[in-house]
Design a protein around this ligand. Structure first.
Ligand code: E4P
Length: 220
């Protein structure tokens, strides 16, 4: 499973990249707005930090606008994935951009039927949002399982990018379901390291070692 960081914050990306487990980045207009730097400028900086697919979302909602923005974004860096929303216009733009060889992430997917449309439009990946379905009282992970099954049934090349993951458990469940990629906030990636038995075990190892050697009188 590939791990993407769902952030436009450069410090978080630097920390995550240093761990060597980050394969790519997803951004959305809200995440870019939070950093206060215009989209293209921030995306360029992100591409300098993480050497992997970086999703940059279009702002336009009409086909022509999405095509224009998508083509411009794709020129910014070889790693750019153009992100289009799962609307009629977004699917049409995805179909055209994909035929031009531009990779598209179809975002805001909330149903298996939408995911089938993304695959048929040649999307590089589809982003089903788990957490936002949980937020309205549904079982978001069911969507990931359903899409993985349908894509496998037909051998669709479109990758499943489990998005809106809010906890390490979400990441594990998305992996169990067969997601190709999981995108998560930095906080979730950081939480994945934690286990009290790791801390306790390490503490004990170091105490035992110190007792046996470091406290021994010099020369022994
Ligand atoms: C994915 O590409 C989205 O940016 C993201 O995962 C949305 O997550 P949220 O629902 O926690 O905002």
């Amino acid at each position: 499973m590939k791990f993407f960081l769902d952030t436009a914050n450069l410090d978080e990306l630097k920390k995550g990249a240093a761990w060597g487990v980050v394969d790519g980045v997803t951004t959305n207009p809200s995440l870019i707005a939070k950093e206060g730097i215009p989209l293209q400028e921030q995306i360029r900086k992100i591409c300098e930090i993480v050497d992997g697919p970086v999703s940059a979302e279009v702002i336009a909602t009409d086909v022509d606008g999405m095509l224009r923005e998508g083509r411009e974004a794709a020129k910014l860096h070889k790693n750019i994935i153009v992100k289009c929303p799962l609307t009629r216009a977004g699917i049409q733009a995805c179909s055209t951009l994909s035929k031009e060889g531009i990779r598209v992430n179809v975002t805001l997917c909330f149903s298996p039927s939408q995911a089938i449309l993304a695959a048929k439009a040649g999307a590089w990946c589809v982003s089903p949002f788990v957490g936002r379905l949980d937020d309205i009282g549904l079982e978001g992970m069911t969507l990931i399982r359903d899409i993985c099954k349908i894509y496998a049934n037909y051998g669709y090349k479109t990758q499943v990018l489990a998005a809106s993951l809010r906890s390490p458990l979400h990441v594990v469940q998305a992996a169990e379901a067969g997601s190709h990629i999981g995108t998560m906030p930095f906080k979730v990636l950081d939480q994945m390291f934690n286990h009290p038995l790791t801390d306790k075990g390490l503490d004990q190892f170091l105490k035992d070692y110190a007792k046996a050697f470091q406290e021994a009188p010099a020369g022994r």
